[in-house]
Design a protein around this ligand. Structure first.
Ligand SMILES: [Zn+2]
Length: 66
């Protein structure tokens, strides 16, 4: 199971998708939503909204499974 490369937290599928979508599509290590929020200087709430936005666009990097 993939873990955050910064803090070691186990990653949700959509966190990996968000990292790919916002940082590097070909990435092989990923950050959790908390570390991504810190990286971008925004809130996790905003990133959760982005996940919903990308999912609603039909982006295949995201799922409904949670
Ligand atoms: Zn993290």
């Amino acid at each position: 199971m993939a873990e955050c490369k910064n803090c070691g937290k186990v990653l949700r599928h959509n966190e990996i998708g968000l990292h790919k979508r916002m940082i590097n599509r070909g990435a092989e290590s990923f950050m959790c939503i908390g570390c991504l929020a810190e990286y971008f200087g925004c809130s996790t709430e905003m990133l959760e909204k982005k996940i919903i936005h990308f999912k609603n666009q039909g982006c295949l990097l995201f799922t409904d499974e949670e």
